[in-house]
Design a protein around this ligand. Structure first.
Ligand code: GLU
Length: 447
């Protein structure tokens, strides 16, 4: 059997066993495509059922999360934690609270996390969790009771050396606080390293809040430099306006770029003169309002409920909202409008067809596994600080983040070249991320 047939067989079996999980199929299919290239050169990576084991989570937990709203009504949500791979370290990955969450979404995120975490060079395995709970419009008390109920089940499955959750969409500092409080109560110990993204007075790390957005921009700038450019004076589109997007915008503007648009699920805002970060942060972080409010309050900004942010003419695009938010048609629009660099701040925001268009049209593209690894990398730095009961300065932690992002770019660039696909950072990231995990799994036997 040749490599193509072998990999197709694995994939067909995976489709059958994991029916109705299109996002998981999409994430696996992209990685398997890159692995064909590895297997043709190093066939031993298919030994000992390595590929089948890599695609099957070590453990998948699904649990009931009952909670009572402010009116006394009972709600029942579904909680998930997929502990995908712990060959390199404890399972590590965020929790997502969003109505779109189901097992397939958590599996795609957990699968991506394995390779992303491997690329950071730090000792962390891959996992992901969350719930179909919708935090939108819920009061503080409701959020707290939901988090407490969620943790009442999750606590028995996590731990500093076992599995270390963090935030993702719908889970920020407030939720991590309530989750940590309930864990501390149930475990009867202050185990800082069990969660990351904690508050600064109780074991959190400086830079963790900014890290995913900053890291994405650091990596973008590295990629641009490799092609003789940098962010100075460039027009940048950032989709989203959550934690990743806000700090990507902030760092891009600090490095001299002009952020000409951002969005949320209600629409997008065009900001031809750049973004007033103080105002945006006040609206999003303190007032928790939608982006239309920014356009109402800032001169020169316009809100659009129709059309797409990807129709703006720009140099750089950073999709920082959610999965599959950028399709082939929109990728072509970006190319037509002059975009030369795309880096993913979100997880899998570009569809497979969009990535194909980036390749065809010569757009330099950094996939999320590499471009958004700064968040989880800084979580690993938070774990280091917790283990040594220390806390580092902002400058030191930010310098570590910059080094990590620069090393990731060099690694994916070199790997793509080594395997004969110079400049294809999807292939570079998948192969470099894979090899480290695969070597550890081979060394540790059939587990
Ligand atoms: N949710 C983030 C991610 O997608 C961060 C995970 C973490 O810090 O563990 O990588």
């Amino acid at each position: 059997m040749n490599v193509d047939e072998q990999v197709s067989n694995y994939y067909n079996l995976l489709l059958k066993r994991n029916a109705g999980e299109p996002e998981f199929h999409q994430a696996v299919s992209e990685v398997l495509d890159s692995l064909k290239i590895v297997l043709a050169k190093d066939p031993h990576y298919a030994d000992y059922g390595l590929i089948q084991r890599l695609c099957e989570p070590e453990r998948q937990l699904i649990f009931r999360v009952p909670w009572v709203d402010d009116k006394g009504q009972v709600h029942v949500n579904r909680g998930f934690r997929v502990q995908f791979n712990s060959a390199l370290g404890p399972y590590k990955g965020g929790l997502r609270f969003h109505p779109s969450v189901n097992l397939g979404i958590i599996k795609f995120l957990g699968f991506e996390q394995i390779f992303k975490n491997s690329l950071t060079g730090l000792p962390i395995g891959g996992g992901k969790g969350g719930s179909d709970f919708d935090p939108k419009g819920r009061t503080d008390g409701e959020i707290m009771r939901f988090c407490q109920s969620f943790m009442t089940e999750l606590h028995r499955h996590i731990g500093e050396y076992r599995d270390v959750p963090a935030g993702d969409i719908g889970v920020g500092a407030r939720e991590i606080g309530y989750l940590f409080g309930q864990y501390r109560r149930l475990a009867n110990q202050h185990e800082s390293g069990v969660l990351t993204g904690k508050g600064l007075t109780w074991g959190g790390s400086l830079v963790r809040t900014e890290a995913t957005g900053y890291g994405c921009v650091y990596l973008t700038n590295e990629m641009m430099k490799a092609h003789g450019e940098d962010l100075e004076g460039q027009r940048v589109i950032v989709s989203g306006s959550g934690n990743v997007a806000v700090y990507a915008m902030q760092k891009a503007q600090e490095l001299g770029a002009i952020v000409i648009g951002f969005s949320d699920s209600s629409g997008w805002v065009s900001t031809p003169k750049g973004v007033n970060m103080e105002k945006l942060r006040e609206i999003k972080e303190q007032r928790r309002e939608r982006v239309a409010v920014y356009a109402d309050e800032v001169e020169g900004a316009t809100f659009h409920s129709e059309g797409t942010i990807w129709s703006l003419a720009a140099d750089v695009a950073l999709p920082c909202a959610t999965q599959n938010e950028l399709n082939a048609e929109q990728a072509a629009m970006l190319a037509d409008n002059g975009v030369r660099f795309v880096a993913e701040g979100a997880n899998m925001p570009s569809t497979a067809d969009a990535i194909e268009i980036f390749r065809e049209r010569g757009i330099h593209f950094a996939p999320g596994k590499a471009a958004n690894a700064g968040g989880v990398a800084t979580s690993a730095l938070e774990m280091q600080q917790n283990a040594s009961r220390d806390s580092w300065t902002f400058e030191y932690t930010d310098a570590r983040l910059q080094q990590i992002m620069s090393k990731i770019f060099k690694n994916i660039d070199k790997t793509a070249r080594e395997y004969g696909h110079e400049g294809d950072y999807v292939i570079g990231a998948n192969i470099a991320g894979f090899k480290k995990v695969a070597d550890a799994m081979l060394a540790q036997g059939v587990i």
